[in-house]
Design a protein around this ligand. Structure first.
Ligand SMILES: [Fe+2]
Length: 389
């Protein structure tokens, strides 16, 4: 079997690495960057940390700062207009998953004929072409988008989070600097951290797992598992921040090369219809979906439990699997993850949308990578179970 493995051409990893962003561009012969970010990065002054090293290299970076959470096709089109209005040779996605995914989608759309809609690239279509390279600088330890061949864009007409996959979405380079995450509040730290853990776990149990994705997933779980609580309790804990940041990038490499599975498949519709932050909807689903999937890949889940640190090396697989379920429930309690009901979603709307959500989950293709592949009815049952908490 032939296994393609994808990764950015260069990753600058470590505290203070953002200071070298300008030199990194120069190394690739790039000098006309458009920085893609969100309004908060500008109002908080954080964006200066990205712009300063570019200016220090004599560059005059452009700025598109209108990205939104759960980035939409319309925002990508606005970004494309900003891109075409200037003379740029590289996009820099600076922020959480949304700015990075917006930058990737802009590069893909810019390579398509005028008037093409983002939905033309929805998986299983291959989004292999990009008009210009993208460099990603994450400011959360979460999506791992800096290292993946994916971007997730919402179709604003259909309220659907579209998975878009291909070489066109793979960044040329990434700057992974945990010092950017010190000021994140506990809620975002927890949500993004659970997203990373979910990436590593889903890549590890995926039907498309392979020796290389396993290597990334194992190390990501080893780094993230013991640090979720410390980093939530004390955002200034540099050791925890560093481990979470590296863990998130490694988890990105893991799922980029093995795909995510049922948790992400079911999570995207919750995000699209109810605007629950991505990591939080994953967290709501993770215990129930893991309990459902566990019998189909017990040795893998047991190993994950040992790597995360909630089971001992000598525990039998059954014991380790049970401990994993216990740990995922405990994590949600300790990190104050609400049920959909407690998050304020009205039950009638949840029930009314379930058939559409189940259909969209299945259509994304992610559930087919799960060790136990669910029917639409089983997905409905899982959504109802998650509602009850
Ligand atoms: Fe995710």
């Amino acid at each position: 079997m032939v296994q393609p493995i994808l990764a950015p051409r260069q990753m600058l990893i470590g505290g203070g690495s953002l200071a070298r962003l300008g030199a990194l561009l120069r190394q690739f012969g790039l000098s006309r960057p458009l920085v893609v970010t969100d309004p908060w990065m500008v109002s908080s002054g954080m964006v200066e940390r990205c712009l300063a090293p570019l200016r220090a290299e004599g560059m005059a970076p452009g700025l598109f700062s209108e990205t939104v959470p759960d980035p939409t096709d319309t925002v990508v089109e606005a970004g494309l207009r900003a891109l075409r209005a200037g003379d740029y040779d590289v996009l820099i996605g600076f922020g959480g998953g949304s700015p990075m995914d917006t930058a990737k989608a802009m590069a893909i759309l810019a390579a398509a004929p005028e008037g093409t809609k983002m939905r033309a690239f929805k998986a299983p279509a291959a989004a292999d072409r990009a008009a210009l390279p993208v460099i990603c600088v994450p400011t959360t330890a979460g999506t791992g988008s800096e290292a993946t061949r994916f971007t997730v864009i919402t179709d604003s007409e259909r309220d659907e989070k579209m998975l878009i996959a291909g070489l066109g979405a793979l960044p040329l380079a990434a700057v992974v600097d945990h010092e950017l995450t010190f000021s994140l509040p506990p809620r975002i730290t927890a949500d993004t951290g659970i997203d990373s853990l979910t990436h590593a776990l889903e890549a590890f149990v995926s039907r498309r797992a392979n020796p290389v994705s396993d290597m990334y997933a194992r190390e990501a779980m080893r780094l993230i598992g013991p640090m979720l609580r410390p980093v939530h309790a004390d955002g200034a804990d540099a050791r925890a921040r560093e481990a979470m940041m590296l863990g998130a990038t490694l988890a990105g490499l893991a799922f980029s090369n093995a795909s995510v599975a049922l948790v992400h498949g079911m999570s995207r519709p919750i995000g699209a219809h109810f605007h629950v932050p991505h990591g939080l909807s994953n967290a709501m689903l993770l215990p129930a979906v893991t309990a459902y999937s566990l019998p189909a890949a017990l040795p893998r889940y047991a190993e994950a439990a040992r790597l995360i640190g909630c089971a001992r090396a000598e525990d039998a697989d059954q014991v380790a699997g049970a401990k994993l379920l216990e740990e995922l429930r405990a994590l949600n309690r300790d990190l104050a993850v609400p049920t959909p009901a407690a998050h304020g979603i009205p039950q009638e709307r949840w029930e009314a949308l379930l058939p559409t959500m189940a259909e969209q989950a299945l259509a994304s293709g992610s559930p087919a990578n799960n060790p136990r592949v669910p029917s639409a009815e089983e997905i409905l049952a899982l959504y109802r179970e998650v509602w009850r908490g």
